[in-house]
Design a protein around this ligand. Sequence first.
Ligand code: NAG
Ligand code: NAG
Ligand code: NAG
Ligand code: NAG
Ligand code: NAG
Ligand code: NAG
Length: 463
Amino acid sequence: MKRNKNLSIVSLVLLLSILFIASSSTVSVDARKHHSKKTKPHKHPKDKGENGGSSFPGPAPAPPADYGPVPTQSSIFDVLFFGAKGDGVSDDSKALLAAWKAACKIPGATVEIPSEFKFLINPITLQGPCMPHLVLQIDGTVLAPSKVGSWPKSSLFQWINFKWLHNFTIQGSGTVDGQGSNWWSSTSAASQSKHIKALRFYSSYDVNVRDIKIIDSPQCHLKFDSSGGVKISNITISSPADSPNTDGIHLQNTQDVQIQHSNIGCGDDCISIQAGCTNVHVHHINCGPGHGISLGGLGKDETIACVSNIVVENISVQNTLSGVRIKTWQGGRGSVKNVTFRNARVSDVKVPIIIDQFYCDKSFCKNQTKAVEISGVKYDQIIGTYSVKPFHLACSNGVPCTDIGLTDIQLNPSPSHQGFQKGLCNNSYGKSRAPLVPSSIDYCLGSGGDAVRRISRSHDYVC
Ligand SMILES: *[C@@H]1O[C@H](CO)[C@@H](O)[C@H](O)[C@H]1NC(C)=O
Ligand SMILES: *[C@@H]1O[C@H](CO)[C@@H](O)[C@H](O)[C@H]1NC(C)=O
Ligand SMILES: *[C@@H]1O[C@H](CO)[C@@H](O)[C@H](O)[C@H]1NC(C)=O
Ligand SMILES: *[C@@H]1O[C@H](CO)[C@@H](O)[C@H](O)[C@H]1NC(C)=O
Ligand SMILES: *[C@@H]1O[C@H](CO)[C@@H](O)[C@H](O)[C@H]1NC(C)=O
Ligand SMILES: CC(=O)N[C@H]1CO[C@H](CO)[C@@H](O)[C@@H]1O
């Protein structure tokens, strides 16, 4: 009985599949005939030809742009094959753009800037969305136009603008050279605009930048704006100490960032973390010369600025204006919360620890009662030498700094300087823990910050 039942099921299945194949092949042949009346049959590599007898579905739809495995055979789009000269004089922007556009359509493609060539690139936008795993491999040198006047007026914001990219990598042993020296010395209106970024990412997610050198930008070297999932590692950024407004890395409205194992030395902030940034982890960075690692200036022109969950650790800072700094403009609103500066070695730093709620870039800024609230800032193992004063915590009476932690701070005057100032602590509340050098740090923070905070909080903003 049982065997019979099984047999009948098997034959039923067989019968059904024969019927199915027969009917589907009829339909398919009909469809083809119908189709071929108008156009040639679509070629498909899997097509068995005329006597195959069995039917095949049409070509598979293109796979969705998800993050599947990298194709084993990667496609290289060398700018030289797209007409670039690589002589450092000819304008190779069009070739780069053409290589980019071709590579953008292929998953796992690489745009190659080959070594031993110099490519002069005018201000350009390399935009997505592109297929996943796109790589810009910079092994040669990419040069910006050196004359201020040769920059189009419409492109005074950035040199190479990466826009709307997802799952993208820049890597290689090459150099991105902003040739900024004419900008630094020029007094022209163009050079005074403080907006130029050598490499700028806008609205881009899951981006890696690694191994490359970025040098001599007119102003900021590497900027991320309205982006997320950023990983920067093993890069070198350098411009002279006296180049004005040259930030190293500038983050704005950007989340989930890791900056690690890099050397940054320039005329302004090594790393500048601005409004709208959260979950930023900076570690194993060498910073100097420049202005150090900065959060802010925040709250300029009475804007709301929110910065939170920042960790800066295992860094070394030498020959800079500040070591780790938080600066806010008077009249701003918002908050800086949950920030940790841990294990920073400082050497010949003017003021290693700064909180400045009176930040002002001119000689006079109006005193205002509102301020960006600063709380939950921990300093742990800030060790080394200063050349002006060990710490400067200038918080406002209206919105004091609360829940500040100072643990294991060991700051000594630099042997190569003289005329030191005492550390300053105004309106700062929290806890300190030994070892503390100079010992005056121990009396720096007031207690009872929570009460102060409750009174001072205005909450006319949402972070
Ligand atoms: C791109 O996506 C793949 C798969 O999720 C991931 O392994 C890779 O790290 C991503 N690349 C970047 C630059 O985020
Ligand atoms: C860092 O980058 C350099 C080239 O710029 C490369 O030679 C080196 O292998 C990289 N190091 C790591 C750990 O990736
Ligand atoms: C503080 O920031 C760290 C690092 O980003 C994060 O792990 C932690 O959850 C944050 N704490 C709070 C209370 O948000
Ligand atoms: C920073 O250094 C400490 C002490 O050496 C180590 O425990 C920690 O893992 C380091 N942090 C990172 C992100 O490497
Ligand atoms: C610190 O507080 C003192 C006393 O209130 C004040 O005179 C001084 O201007 C304050 N300094 C700063 C930098 O806020
Ligand atoms: C420009 C100005 O007047 N700034 C002052 C505002 O108030 C603080 C704290 O009292 C002073 O330190 C600033 O100098």
